[in-house]
Design a protein around this ligand. Structure first.
Ligand code: URA
Length: 399
């Protein structure tokens, strides 16, 4: 059977949902060999998959493990996924804000590889914050607080873990149907009714061009809807960092300021646009969502009063060498600078430093005099010189 499936995909034919289900089941139970799975991924990479095939792949992957169910409490159950950017701390603001507006947000998040840690790494800079909650605790939090942000359990979409590792080994990661099924299978398994996707484009994003991000957003929406979830996408510019901080604890502080109604405008605007509720702005500005964030942190074992981990780092300013107006504060370069300082990881088994990162003082359109700080490097003695050079190279000023 797997031979016929491989031959069909090799010849560019569309697979039906039964074939796709069989292939995914075989990959998970080991009856499809790694070589066969790698061949299938390569044929999908080269020949693509249409929307119906991608819906079937997504559902088969979601069904490969537990599918969470939120019994005994009213919805709607909603979540957001971001394709990832530099300074992207939206989840920390969005989950409690959306819960404050009356939805329930069962947010299963990741660490990821990147310039800074993922959402879980950021939250883990709060002393005691636990990201490994069991299903009963998740149920209780969702019922009592209306939101949680926790890690993926081993039982959630195991097919994605296996396929993602194989995609990394076979250079088949950048495939729109494979990315779509990977992202959506984990979200379907969360038991949500509605999903909003923050699909980023630009130098600091996975998708470098607006056109590529738009193709991914279109596929994600069509497949999400095909799988029965109300799915929307917002395309966002990731050519400069979001907000003014890049780094784990630094981003938590900025997210907390935003929850108190004192955050940077771009972070507040994007969070509210993603939620898409006309009340979001005024509720965010009122600071009411901060209290819910505190309840979530407390429910996950964190101590909101305690100093964030990683305190005690030193700071060095990067100064403007001339006067002008900022025309670029390149997200990729600033992200790499944060990585040099130790804020991110390139291998899953690496630790991130909670305290280090970059504070961005000047963004595009802002004026600067010679000697003004463009950014501050918050460091622990690692990577300082290369980070400084990367930040200098990231800025373009017009005189
Ligand atoms: N994020 C995912 O979860 N999967 C992909 O394939 C790419 C980004």
């Amino acid at each position: 059977m797997i031979d016929q499936i491989l031959e069909a995909k090799r010849e560019g034919q569309a697979l039906d949902s039964e074939q796709i289900q069989r292939a995914v089941n075989g990959i998970v139970d080991g009856s499809v060999t790694r070589a066969q799975a790698a061949a299938l991924l390569s044929f999908i990479f080269l020949n693509g998959m249409d929307v119906d095939e991608t819906v079937a792949l997504t559902e088969a992957m979601a069904n490969s493990g537990d599918r969470l169910q939120w019994l005994g409490m009213p919805g709607p159950f909603v979540d957001k996924h971001s394709t990832g950017g530099v300074g992207d701390k939206v989840s920390l603001v969005l989950a409690p804000l959306w819960a404050e507006l009356g939805s329930r947000v069962p947010m299963i998040s990741g660490r990821g590889l990147g310039h800074t840690g993922g959402t879980l790494d950021k939250l883990e800079s709060i002393p005691g914050y636990r990201t490994d909650l069991d299903t009963d605790s998740l149920n209780r939090l969702l019922g009592d607080v209306g939101c949680f942000i926790s890690g993926q359990t081993a039982e959630l979409a195991p097919a994605d873990r296996m396929l993602y590792a194989l995609r990394n080994e076979t250079s088949t990661v950048p495939s729109i149907p494979l990315i779509t099924a990977s992202i959506l299978s984990k979200k379907l398994a969360e038991g949500i009714d509605e999903l909003v996707l923050d699909v980023k484009w630009g130098s600091g994003a996975f998708m470098k061009t607006h056109a590529a991000a738009s193709r991914l957003a279109d596929m994600l929406c069509r497949v999400g809807r095909g799988a029965g979830v109300l799915t929307r996408a917002v395309l966002t510019d990731m050519n400069q960092p979001l907000g003014r901080t890049v780094g784990n604890a630094l981003e938590v502080k900025e997210a907390i300021a935003c929850l108190k109604g004192e955050g940077p405008g771009d972070l507040a605007t994007l969070t509210c646009d993603l939620i898409g509720d006309p009340r979001a702005r005024s509720v965010l500005a009122s600071g009411a969502a901060y209290e819910r964030f505190c309840r979530m942190v407390h429910g996950q074992g964190g101590d909101i009063e305690a100093e964030l981990l990683g305190a005690g780092c030193e700071s060095v300013d990067v100064l403007a060498e001339s006067a002008g107006t900022v025309t670029a504060a390149d997200a990729y370069g600033i992200g790499r600078a944060a990585f040099q300082l130790g804020a991110g990881r390139s291998r899953a088994d690496q630790d991130v430093h909670p305290g280090v990162g970059i504070v961005v003082h000047r963004k595009v359109g802002e004026a600067v005099s010679k000697g003004d700080p463009l950014a501050t490097l918050v460091h622990a003695g690692q990577g300082l010189e290369s980070a400084r050079q990367l930040v200098i190279d990231s800025y373009t000023l017009s005189s």
